[in-house]
Structures are given as structure tokens and as C-alpha cells.
Design a protein around this ligand. Sequence first.
Ligand code: SAM
Length: 177
Amino acid sequence: MPRLVVLRIGHRFFRDSRVTTHVCLTARALGADGVIIADREDKTVEATIREVGKRFGGNFSVESGKPWRKTVRDWKDHGGKVVHLTAYGLKLPHVIQEIDEADKDMLVVVGSEKMPGEVFKLADWNVSVTNQPMSEVAALAVFLDWHLQHGAFDKAFPNGQVQIVPSSDRKNIQDLS
Ligand SMILES: C[S@@+](CC[C@H](N)C(=O)[O-])C[C@H]1O[C@@H](n2cnc3c(N)ncnc32)[C@H](O)[C@@H]1O
């Protein structure tokens, strides 16, 4: 099974911590295998995401501080492909079939503020979720939902301490420990 990892570029410690946490939570919930926060260490975000994993299960990985260029080059050297989410890219519906058919490990790159121009050249696909500026969290969510064809609803999160029981009228959390 090919892996899918999200690379968050441009994270600014503290200022972006909340949005980067949301990038990680969204990636985890919608089926990605992990997130790499490039260039800057953020142990607080790492700890938050690990705690969510411990409580709700799954094998989601999170690391921070790895240089983005080296991460992309290493990924490609190991045969993986790179998708860069950007409002300037080709429309998602026009490229998703080609991306899925590649059947390779995928590094999905999202930015924060200004993205280095080099990313456009290093990516195998520059992909837009509409050609309007939006949130990286929203763009990532739409991309993952298309890529996994709504499969996130069926994803298993093993070895958690609790699980949410879907309910029409109340908050219902089942203790598994
Ligand atoms: C808030 S945007 C800022 C982009 C920045 N102004 C720039 O020109 O690079 C942050 C990130 O959201 C993602 N993003 C924003 N709009 C997008 C869209 N329509 N489609 C895909 N990704 C998008 C990109 O990964 C982008 O780097």
C-alpha cells in the first residue's frame, strides 16, 4: 500500500501553531500516514498530535525541523512522487486520475505564506483545489477526500484508548482500555 505523507512548508513557530495543528489533524483524520513540518521544530504541535494518536488510535507519524528541500529530494530519490497544492496549479479533477494511477508513495506539499518558487519545479504535479486562494487546511481536506474517494469514513484507527460512537443526539465516547 503506497504511503501518503503531508509536508508543511513555511511553518512559523507559535504564530502558525494552530493552523499547522489543524493541517496535522485533518491529514490524520482523512487518511494520511503522517506529517513532516519543514525547517522549524515545533515540539508543542508534535506532542499535541501524538496525544491525539494515543487517545484515538492509529499509526500517524509527526516530525518537525527537517529541511524542506532535502525532504523532497529524499522522497523522490526513494521513488516517491510529489503533489504541490497551490491555487496556481492544474485543476484537481483534471489530474487526480493520473495521480491515483501512479500508485506511488505521495508527498503532498502545503504552504503557509509565500511558497518558494522552486517547489513548483520539484513537484510532479502542481494541483489546484479551485483557482481561488483558500486555506491550506481546506485544500488538503478536499484533495485527500478525492484521492481516497471518501474512504476516510472506513479507515481503522487501531490501539486507541477511546473511540467516538456516532450519535444523532449526544456526545458518546466509548472507553476501550
Ligand atoms: C493561505 S495560502 C498562501 C499562499 C501564498 N499567498 C502564496 O502565494 O504562496 C497557503 C497554502 O494554501 C494552499 N492553497 C491555497 N489556496 C489553494 C488552492 N486554491 N488550491 C490548492 N491549494 C491552495 C497552498 O498550499 C498555499 O501554499
